[in-house]
Design a binder for this molecule. Structure first.
Ligand SMILES: *[C@@H]1O[C@H](CO)[C@@H](O)[C@H](O)[C@H]1NC(C)=O
Ligand SMILES: *[C@@H]1O[C@H](CO)[C@@H](O)[C@H](O)[C@H]1NC(C)=O
Ligand SMILES: *[C@@H]1O[C@H](CO)[C@@H](O)[C@H](O)[C@H]1NC(C)=O
Length: 393
């Protein structure tokens, strides 16, 4: 006799009444049942990988649950293709990297997802313990490059929500070769002087939303690489760090372009740059087309609006070369606040491919309560309504 059956029936009816799909049962996999230990000391890498194997191999929607506590984890790759159509990592605990930076330092990634579809990460904290590697990089030259904290490669329908990423060795989050990605309510924190700790890096990906995130790092807040298409960035607070950057592009001769990027309602606090486009002074097939920078606030930003097509760090092989990247249809609308240097708007485009279709509208950037300046080289476009500093277009 099964007493629970009528009861379940009622619940199914209730679910149906409230529009909850009663057919999509979710199977749960608690990492503790695979041997993970929430004590911060016992290596739980194997347990996490086994939980993934189980969830991935199920034909149901699945949830991998990480309860409260600290889990010591080495480099882990979660690979598809999975049978499960939807896998949710529900994290209430903190995933902790080994204290010795050399353990992860030679890996490209700490936690990577490859070739997966329908994976969500909800909640939790990732503590990569990067500060000892930064210290090495500040004082020596023979340190490992370091690992990205979280990466998704060749994946689709990905969601990352309410995650905290702390002190990455290198980039915090990388989206590479992906489609349909939502990143929302994510917090990223690393020291303002930490090397190469970019917040979120996107490349070779399309239909990406990054919304309501707070990003404090030592490098770019969000960096946008070649082959990015339909990227929507909204309500981000950046700083400290280097701001939001399209590029560097044009490092290679054959490169995919960047098209249709929107950055909206973003706040930059004391960052090195605000809204930046940057390309190497080198030949390239790449391009940047249709970018909308809107309704953003600069607070003491060194270069609030900047296009730099003469990027050539340490003059690496590009002395006297010219950028082949074509920059077209770039709108700056509703950008206000303060610059910490006299030149608030700087367009330095390629002599071979001048920037075209650049539009400034309702821009008000001041420097020490005075008027700031703008500087234009090889750029064509127009200014509309109020533009301070006075437009050089
Ligand atoms: C991805 O999500 C979209 C919309 O939510 C859905 O239509 C599509 O089937 C999903 N793709 C895959 C491969 O699961
Ligand atoms: C640009 O991307 C947005 C999503 O970020 C999309 O809604 C819009 O349709 C795209 N526009 C074009 C012209 O491709
Ligand atoms: C431009 O911004 C400054 C300081 O932020 C402000 O005092 C000034 O009124 C603004 N100008 C206009 C026309 O909005």
């Amino acid at each position: 006799m099964n007493l629970t059956r009528p009861f379940c029936g009622i619940i199914v009816i209730l679910f149906a009444m409230f529009g909850i799909n009663s057919t999509s049962a979710t199977k749960n996999y608690n990492v503790l049942n695979f041997g993970a230990k929430p004590n911060g000391k016992t290596d739980s890498t194997k347990a996490f990988l086994m939980a993934w194997q189980a969830a991935c191999g199920s034909s149901d929607s699945t949830m991998i649950y990480v309860p409260k506590g600290r889990y010591l984890l080495g480099s882990m790759a979660f690979r598809g293709i999975c049978k499960s159509p939807r896998i949710t990592f529900r994290i209430d605990g903190t995933l902790v990297a080994p204290l010795d930076y050399r353990v992860l330092g030679k890996s490209t990634d700490w936690i990577s997802f490859q070739g997966v579809i329908g994976v969500s990460i909800v909640g939790g904290a990732l503590d990569a313990k990067g500060s000892s590697l930064w210290a090495c990089k500040h004082s020596h030259t023979n340190c490992p490059a370091g690992a990205t904290t979280l990466s998704f490669t060749n994946s689709k329908n990905i969601s990352i929500r309410r995650l905290l990423s702390l002190n990455s060795q290198m980039f915090h989050i990388v989206i590479n070769g992906c489609e349909n990605v939502n990143i929302q309510g994510v917090k990223i924190m690393a020291a303002g002087n930490s090397p190469n700790t970019d917040g979120i890096h996107v490349q070779l990906s399309k239909n990406i939303n990054i919304i309501k995130c707070s990003i404090k790092t030592g490098d770019d807040c969000i960096s946008i690489g070649p082959g990015t298409k339909n990227l929507w960035i909204e309500q981000i607070t950046c700083g400290p760090g280097h701001g939001i950057s399209i590029g560097s592009l044009g490092k290679d001769l054959n490169e995919e372009g960047v098209q249709n990027v929107t950055v909206k309602k973003t706040i930059f606090l004391g960052t090195e740059n605000g809204l930046r486009i940057k390309s190497w002074a080198r030949p390239s097939t790449g391009f940047i087309q249709r970018v909308r920078f809107m309704d953003s606030l600069m607070v003491n930003v060194q270069n609030p609006i900047v296009i730099d097509q003469n990027y050539s760090p340490h003059n690496l092989n590009c002395l006297n070369q010219i950028s082949g990247i074509k920059v077209d249809d770039i709108v700056y609308q509703g950008i206000r606040g303060t610059s910490s240097t006299p030149v608030a708007i700087k367009f330095d485009c390629s002599p071979k491919n001048p920037c075209t279709g650049v539009r400034l509208q309702n821009v008000n950037l001041t420097y020490l309560k005075k008027a700031s300046q703008s500087s234009c080289i090889n750029v064509r476009g127009k200014a509309f309504e109020l533009v301070r500093p006075e437009s050089c277009l």
